[in-house]
Design a protein around this ligand. Structure first.
Ligand SMILES: *Cc1c(COP(=O)(O)O)cnc(C)c1O
Length: 359
């Protein structure tokens, strides 16, 4: 029996994708070989690679003005690769510090250039975000960095700042493909696959052509230009992860695309936040309701003892991954794209029952 998987990352994958991976693991489509045993320059892998890029472009509605890259190194490599490529010599970048992931982005940025902090959520313990209209890019900034969804704090931008001539860069690791976005607003988007797109091992980077043109000349792997010129086949790509990502993209299409996915995500989030809001004496979500994330629902119970008991009992009910991040405690339910609606409903019923017996 499959568990209800609320893990924050790596996270739940669609069952049809896992089944197709299993069925083709030893003998890929009758070739007598596994796809992970053959050249990444052969026709079988190449077809998958191009299909993954095409499907990403279609489902994310990526305009022709932007290139899509499939890289390794996780979103974490992008914390340094973005400044290495985009910072002008001796330059600075704007950054919105919205939580744990933005802090990692700024740590790497500071090693390579100057960071202008436009907003820091420290005072509200990263439970809120600035009004996008209040964010203005600094004159001469090389780019402005935001984190579209903070996976640990559970806050999500509902609309984005307008940054004018300064390219906007977004870490979308934990909410890419969960809602339609206007890619043309961004100079660069990056996202590790392991939350909404597939297994760990591949990172998607979407970069606008004029930003790409400005990129610094760097050692090969660190250079967006080289990856773009070589269609992300400069070196051996993470072939298994790209194959799985391609299957996830087919699954996304079968769900009615990103719009269909968003619809289901909204139902899942409404169900879980609904129980929190219906029981304010017991459950408490610290996040400003206007910026609550539908991907990562964080909440507290009246005591740490009750939180421990909640997690222990949830495991007995076949639910895993509900323990909050070690840095913040509490409960975190990640409701990524591939989490079935039934899993969110099972959690909501469990939460209701838990208040009845312990409230
Ligand atoms: C998970 C995550 C990362 C880190 O991704 P890695 O692939 O582990 O490097 C970065 N940013 C956000 C928003 C994330 O959710």
């Amino acid at each position: 029996m499959r568990k209800h998987n609320f893990s924050a990352g790596p996270s739940v994958l669609p069952v049809p994708v896992l089944e197709e991976l299993r069925d083709n693991m030893v003998d890929y489509q009758g070739t007598g070989l596994s796809l992970i045993e053959v050249s990444h320059r052969g026709k079988d892998y190449d077809a998958v690679h191009q299909d993954a890029l095409d499907r990403l472009r279609k489902e994310l509605a990526v305009p022709e003005s932007h290139k899509i890259l499939l890289l390794a190194g996780g979103a974490t490599l992008q914390f340094s690769m973005v400044p290495m490529n985009l910072l002008k010599p001796g330059g600075s970048a704007d950054i919105v510090v919205s939580g744990s992931w933005a802090k990692k982005a700024i740590d790497d940025l500071k090693k390579l250039g100057t960071a202008n902090v436009l907003y820091d959520g420290k005072e509200n313990n990263y439970t809120d975000l600035p009004d996008p209209a209040s964010i203005t890019a600094s004159d001469g900034a090389s780019y402005l960095h935001i984190t579209s969804n903070e996976t640990i704090g559970g806050v999500q931008w509902k609309s984005f700042p307008r940054t004018g001539a300064v390219p906007m860069v977004a870490d979308m690791s934990s909410d890419i493909l969960s809602r339609p976005i206007d890619v043309s607003q961004f100079g660069l988007i990056y996202a590790g696959a392991q939350k909404n797109m597939g297994p760990a091992g591949v990172t998607v980077v979407i970069i606008r052509d004029d930003v790409l043109e400005r990129c610094a000349d760097l050692p090969a792997y660190l250079s967006y230009k080289i990856h773009a010129d070589k269609d992300s086949l400069y070196n051996t790509p993470p072939v298994f992860a790209v194959y799985a990502l391609d299957l996830v993209m087919k699954w996304v299409e079968a769900q009615g695309g990103v719009a269909g996915i968003e619809n289901t995500n909204a139902k899942k989030a409404a169900r879980v936040y609904g129980v929190v809001d219906a029981n304010p004496e017991f459950y408490r979500c610290p996040v400003n309701p206007a910026v609550r994330s539908p991907m990562n629902v964080v909440f507290r119970l009246p005591s740490e003892e009750l939180e421990k008991q909640f997690i222990a009992e949830s495991v007995q009910e076949g639910m895993v991954g509900l323990k909050g991040h070690r840095s913040v405690g509490g409960i975190r339910a990640s409701l990524y794209n591939a989490l079935p609606l039934e899993s969110a409903e099972a959690l909501a019923r469990f939460m209701e029952e838990f208040v009845r017996t312990n409230g």
